[in-house]
Write a protein that binds this ligand. Structure first.
Ligand SMILES: Cc1cc2nc3c(=O)[nH]c(=O)nc-3n(C[C@H](O)[C@H](O)[C@H](O)COP(=O)(O)OP(=O)(O)OC[C@H]3O[C@@H](n4cnc5c(N)ncnc54)[C@H](O)[C@@H]3O)c2cc1C
Length: 299
């Protein structure tokens, strides 16, 4: 395919271990990084004109590309601007989807705006959080989101939070099946509800969250929690009780610290990681009759 007429630079056969926090996985046949809304819209139009399958990503912190690679275009949306519309003790934050969730939360807290402080230390972008309903330490995206601007085909739509049909670690966007020949929706920006608070108290709360996150998170390359917690239970507890803590395949290991984390200890392949995923899923089903559901997105 001729990529010289693309609206922005396209890389060929881009290793996705460079763009995922697991540091593993195959290549994207084509790869691009649109830096603003106009570039993303132009890229989507170009992909559609060339019948090229497309996946939008944030920072790849909840993503695994199989070793066989992806035959289409993977696009990392990098637009990061944000602005605040103040109304006395409340405000609306509008932030572009490529902005880092934790970085924005920290800047807001320092300015005395509460709403996102639970996201301290959360890896990934606003877009990834909107799609996956990221949450931790008493908060989640669904609890503070007002609306999101979403590119659907070639139209930018504003989706109120209700339309995202949020549930635990999922949304209408994450669950959507893309019709053959259609492009998946792109979250362009999101608006969040903020309330005024004491900056010192907010910063102190975030420091406590940072310390707890540091204590609980296994070191090394991972994607965070691999499985969703089943209702009333914890995936990590079930995998640990199945006797799988510390189990390794190739250079991937079920963390001895937190059994819902699989850590790449060096040069793990996606196949190593997927073998551990299959092992955890089949052992938990066999021993406890519980079918674990993936939180991470496998391409
Ligand atoms: C060490 C570690 C700790 C973690 N802790 C937590 C935690 O406490 N709580 C939690 O919820 N998660 C946690 N995670 C997982 C991860 O941080 C979140 O899922 C995050 O929201 C993913 O954001 P991302 O930008 O990296 O998305 P990606 O991994 O790039 O993408 C995830 C999915 O969203 C889609 N997507 C991303 N951006 C867009 C966009 N703009 N438009 C359309 N689709 C898009 C992708 O196609 C993919 O399906 C952790 C991960 C790590 C590595």
């Amino acid at each position: 395919m001729d990529i010289t007429n693309a609206p922005l630079p396209i890389r060929e056969n881009e290793p996705m271990d460079r763009h995922t926090s697991w540091r593993a996985g195959g290549v994207a046949r084509y790869y691009a990084e649109p830096g603003d809304r106009a570039a993303a819209l132009a890229l989507a139009a170009w992909a559609r004109a060339h019948s090229l399958a497309l996946i939008w990503i944030g920072r790849g912190t909840n993503l695994l590309v199989r070793d066989a690679g992806y035959p289409g275009l993977i696009a990392m949306y990098r637009a990061q601007q944000w602005w605040i519309d103040e109304h006395s003790d409340t405000a609306t934050l509008t932030v572009e989807a490529g902005a880092p969730m934790a970085g924005v939360a920290r800047r807001l807290a320092a300015m005395g705006w509460a709403g996102l402080e639970w996201a301290e230390g959360l890896p990934g972008t606003v877009g990834g959080a909107v799609v996956g309903n990221a949450g931790c330490y008493g908060g989640d995206t669904a609890g503070v989101l007002l609306s999101a601007d979403v590119l659907v085909d070639d139209v930018v739509e504003t989706w109120p939070v209700e339309r995202l049909a949020y549930a635990y670690r999922t949304s209408a966007l994450k669950a959507a099946r893309v019709a053959p020949g259609a492009l998946p929706p792109l979250v362009l920006s999101a608006s969040f509800r903020l309330t005024r608070d004491d900056p010192a108290a907010l910063m102190a709360a975030m420091q406590r969250i940072a310390a707890e996150r540091k204590r609980k998170t296994p070191a090394g390359s991972s994607c965070g929690s691999v499985f969703k917690n089943p209702p009333g239970d914890s995936a990590g507890r079930l995998i640990e009780r199945a006797g799988l803590k510390g189990r390794a395949v190739g250079e991937a290991i079920i963390s001895p610290i937190h059994a819902n984390y699989i850590v790449n200890t060096g040069a793990a392949t996606a196949a190593d990681i997927l073998a551990l995923i299959d092992l955890a899923r089949s052992e938990v089903l066999r021993q406890f009759g519980i079918a674990l559901e993936l939180e991470v997105c496998v391409v």
